[in-house]
Write a protein that binds this ligand. Structure first.
Ligand code: FES
Ligand SMILES: [Fe+2]
Length: 344
């Protein structure tokens, strides 16, 4: 099951310089994303209405994309603007277009009913647009269902096991630390504070901590991204009272956009407030290695789940936040079903 009526992250703005195009599949549908020479975005069905050639094999030229087979041209609305060798353009000569826009250096696409596509409802990620922060990101082709990724990110207790060599820290601390979970509308947040913690290796490399630190993890699910705010500072220096300017902070954006039922565009970014040092290559590599630890787990889970459809899965206490998100997602599915039923 795939949700349609929401903004999905389609990529990063930097993926699409003026005059370029990229082919991607979202929710099982092949789409060509392109940017006109004037900088406007287009997202079209990646199938020419003449003989089904992928438009992504063609070329962007000025304000149109031209099919590479017989040269038919389409604008960003999907309208056919030119057919070589004839003046008449048949009424059926158009391709589907999808709402697309960008903010905070992120491309958002709407795969559902275009009439419901309001850009104001897309998630924001202000750190990408704040000059006091530096960020870097990656697009990973995940061979697993998008909900497994949501579960993973909302669940903090796996850190001690899956990430023992990177951001893990002490297993007992992770299980003993109380997680507060809050739900407001379709947003779920999970907060954990860990005073007097041993700093993980990534933090030491990035900020040079010598002793224990006060550490926090704050996770926010807002369909269909998960923001993770983490950081640490010297013990007792005000992190839990909101004084964090002196701290080492990292903010992650994790976007999970279904490519199909069991493959996902996993697009993530990491930002730090140490603009003077940027994100040192070593820190980004460690984050990447940490995320590789997760994606390996998710792809192994997916293989077993595909072998055992409907197989038993038992909840434990640490599943609270991910289960809250599952409730939100179930509600969104229900809402889409009701809307579709009312329209029939
Ligand atoms: S298939 Fe596209 S122009 Fe013929
Ligand atoms: Fe993880």
């Amino acid at each position: 099951m795939l949700l349609r009526n929401l903004w999905y992250v389609a990529g990063f703005s930097r993926d699409l310089p003026a005059g370029q195009k990229v082919a991607r599949k979202f929710l099982g549908e092949s789409v060509v994303l392109f940017r006109t020479d004037a900088g406007e975005l287009g997202a079209l069905e990646d199938r020419c209405c003449h003989r089904a050639m992928p438009l992504s094999d063609g070329f962007v030229d000025g304000s149109i994309i031209r099919c590479c087979y017989h040269g038919i041209e389409f604008d960003k609305t999907g309208a056919c603007t030119r057919i070589p060798g004839q003046d008449r353009i048949p009424a059926a000569a158009f391709v589907r277009s999808y709402p697309i826009f960008e903010k905070n250096a992120v491309l958002f696409i709407w795969m559902g009913d275009p009439a419901q596509a309001d850009p104001a409802t897309a998630p924001s990620h202000r750190w990408h647009s704040d000059e006091n922060w530096a960020w870097s990101g990656k697009h990973y082709a995940l061979k697993a269902n998008w909900q497994l990724l949501v579960d993973n990110l909302m669940d903090l207790t796996h850190l001690a096991y899956v990430h023992a060599r990177t951001i893990g820290g002490n297993p007992e601390m992770h299980f003993r630390t109380h997680t507060q979970v809050k739900r407001e509308g379709n947003t779920v947040t999970a907060y954990r504070h860990m005073p007097n913690s041993i700093p993980p290796r990534t933090y030491v490399d990035a900020a040079g901590f010598k002793g224990d630190i006060d550490r926090w993890q704050e996770i926010e699910f807002e369909p269909m991204v998960i923001r993770v705010l983490t950081g640490g500072c010297e013990v007792g220096t005000g992190a839990y009272e909101g004084k964090r300017d002196h701290a080492f902070q990292m903010v992650f954006m994790h976007a999970m956009t279904p490519e199909s039922e069991d493959t996902t565009h996993y697009m993530w970014t990491a930002a730090t407030n140490r603009i003077d040092r940027g994100i040192p290559e070593i820190v980004f590599k460690q984050i990447d290695a940490t995320i590789d630890e997760d994606t390996a787990v998710l792809e192994s889970q997916q293989r077993r789940m595909s072998e055992t459809p409907g197989g038993k899965l038992v909840d434990i206490a640490g599943d609270n936040a991910s289960n809250q998100v599952r409730h939100v997602i179930a509600g969104m599915f229900e809402a889409e079903r009701n809307t579709a039923a009312a329209a029939e």
